[in-house]
Ligand binder design. Structure first.
Ligand code: 13P
Length: 341
């Protein structure tokens, strides 16, 4: 392996180091507005920095969080004392990452389906992000389950874009996180989620191969195989864990550096319990860890929002606890006792 590829493989391994996972705080301006609206906080640049730096300056966070995915605004932000946020992260042992896609847009010719945009000019943007300190990136594709969807056309368009993005990242010395999210929305059952997730992941790895992407320097961000959020009879924790691992074993080459999950609307403890159940199943070809957004932040955000100054330390304690619980789950060592300590 050349030095260039070795660096990518080293970064990928550090992101899924034992007992650690990724914090996703890369909400776009629209999404963070929704989250702030939900807790009554005004969506200003200052509040966004205050909130996100509250999380990142949590003492000891680096013991459980290997890296954090930032939004374009955040990677450029500077703390009130003049220190760039990226420096603060590096000092805390948290690797800076960056969301680089331009969002999921309607896919022409395929009503109800989306394709993620953002390839134009990506080489130049990646070069700038690398200079700003980013060592890994994220691109999220969205696959919707519904009547007669997803279509093959949608799965393939998204897989192709993910692979083109991944190749550009590796050229820039940045580890790509490839995220084909199969949405939980709907009343579909576990088997349907399995079939769609398997088809999506298989199409993705076929495209990664076609585009010469090095799997040892790539991380899959996967959605779990899970019943639709409105399904009448939802699968339990062990069924979800078994179906998800079964799907991954069928679709994800062993050379892939690691698999991290999104939470996708699951409850905080539910997301932890699912990850823990998978890791209790025994040895896997890849580390299985987390890259949660909502499931890591929800409780800390709600607490911080009530009194951003007065509750800062308590919100950080909540953040640390949730991160530690997921760190334990990534080792298969989480328990209700640890949760309620
Ligand atoms: P959730 O864990 O809230 O689904 O967010 C993770 C993420 O980064 C989605 O792209």
């Amino acid at each position: 392996m050349t030095d260039h590829y070795q660096t990518l493989a080293d970064t990928a391994m550090a992101l899924v180091a034992p007992g650690k996972g990724i914090l996703a705080i890369d909400e776009s301006s629209g999404t963070i507005k929704k989250r702030f609206d939900g807790v009554g906080v005004e969506n200003t640049e200052e509040n966004r920095l205050d909130y996100r730096s509250m999380m990142l300056t949590t003492e000891g966070l680096g013991d459980y969080i290997s890296g954090a995915i930032l939004f374009d605004e955040t990677i450029r932000q500077v703390m009130p004392d003049g220190t760039p946020l990226v420096k603060v992260m590096e000092q805390a042992g948290i690797i800076p990452g960056i969301k680089v896609d331009a969002g999921a847009k309607d896919l022409a010719g395929f009503p109800g389906e989306k394709v993620t945009e953002g390839l134009d000019g990506l080489r130049e943007r990646l070069a700038e992000y690398a200079k700003l300190g980013a060592r890994f990136a994220k691109w999220r594709a969205v696959i919707t389950i519904g009547d007669d969807i997803p279509s093959r056309g949608c799965i393939e368009a998204n897989a192709h874009a993910l692979a083109r993005y991944a190749a550009l990242c590796q050229e820039a010395g940045i580890v790509p996180i490839v995220e084909p999210e199969v949405l939980m929305d709907g009343d579909h059952d576990l088997d349907t989620s399995f079939d769609v997730t398997e088809a999506t992941q298989k199409a993705l790895f076929a495209e990664l191969y076609e585009q010469n992407v090095m799997l040892e320097g790539t991380i899959l961000k996967a959605s779990m195989v899970i019943s639709g959020s409105e399904a009448s009879d939802r699968a339990d924790i062990n069924q979800v864990a078994e179906a998800t691992v079964d799907c991954l074993l069928n679709a994800v080459p062993a050379a892939t550096a690691g698999v991290v999950f999104l939470s996708g609307g699951q409850g905080d403890v539910e997301a932890t319990a699912h990850l823990d159940a998978m890791n209790k199943m025994g040895e896997m070809p890849w580390p299985l860890s987390f890259s949660y957004g909502r499931a890591l932040q929800a409780e800390a955000l709600a607490h911080w929002a009530k009194d951003p100054k007065g509750n800062r330390a308590e919100a950080q304690a909540i953040m640390l606890h949730r991160s530690r619980m997921n760190g334990l789950a990534s080792l298969g060592e989480w328990s209700e006792e640890e949760e309620n300590q």
